[in-house]
Design a protein around this ligand. Structure first.
Ligand code: SF4
Length: 108
């Protein structure tokens, strides 16, 4: 997929997984996140936190996905303008640590 832009590549990967019926259990937000809230509005499961009305919103530099709430519907993938979101099973190596970083946010 080297000829695809990041955005097209992410969308293509998601669609390919849907076509092949390969669905990661949940999605992960990386530090590419700019907290523009687009994914929060797009998520039908309320899986993305902190929301602006939650106490920790001003303390964090990115948003996180609650793996237990996420249905991996893909709505946030296509909404994120900076391609900060990946399926847990398709995280690029440089973002591998973010599955645990997302999980850690919800343990605090
Ligand atoms: S994949 Fe769907 S359910 Fe999971 S965080 Fe994104 S929008 Fe919400």
């Amino acid at each position: 997929m080297a000829n695809f832009s990041d955005e097209a590549s992410t969308g293509f990967t998601y669609l390919l997984h849907q076509e092949m019926d390969i669905v990661a259990d949940f999605s992960v937000i990386t530090d590419k996140c700019i907290k523009d809230l687009l994914c929060i509005d797009a998520c039908p499961s309320g899986a993305i936190h902190p929301t602006p009305d939650e106490p920790r919103f001003s303390e964090v530099t990115q948003l996180y996905i609650d793996a237990e709430q996420c249905s991996n519907c893909g709505s946030c993938y296509v909404t994120c303008e900076v391609n900060a979101i990946f399926g847990a099973g398709e995280l690029p190596e440089e973002f591998a640590e973010f599955a645990e970083i997302n999980a850690e946010f919800f343990r605090c």
